[in-house]
Design a protein around this ligand. Sequence first.
Ligand code: ZN
Length: 177
Amino acid sequence: MDLLSTSTRNHFESNKTALELATLGATRLTIQNLFNSCSLNVRNEIDERRKERTVPLTRSGKVSSFLEFSNLEAYQLTAAFYQTYTLLTKDPDIEKPIDPKAFLESYQVLSVTYDHQSCRDHLDINRALSVLLKIREHSLKMVKCQSRECHCLYIVKFEKDLTVCPFCGSRNRESGL
Ligand SMILES: [Zn+2]
């Protein structure tokens, strides 16, 4: 017999996921975006992390350089994160609400595959969520470079038809004209 009811277990699981996200630097807003609430122990964890941190996670200078051609690492990390998340959830266009557990797992995969510090500098966990949310609300999209030697994925503003691949410089037109 189950000692815990399904709803209690779900609550317990959500709280565990939220706590892990907080240890990776998730802000209260990120947690609320994912769970619609932020429990006291998660809030405490966020406060503890904030006290320990000497450099803020998302620096204002970094925000403006994010997704600029000079920052290929950000492009690379964003594409890798997006691919991992959509593979795990089998939701390539991010039509469903963000799955917090798959989101956490995707970020953990990213931090293991790439240098942890590089993830923090170029795609911290809060920015990773905002990218997924922006794709979901159609303000950003992923484009695949059509150059035969490249085929890299990169992120652009949703309304753009003609884009330039940050990795190889090819011009890609989605409408195929
Ligand atoms: Zn390319």
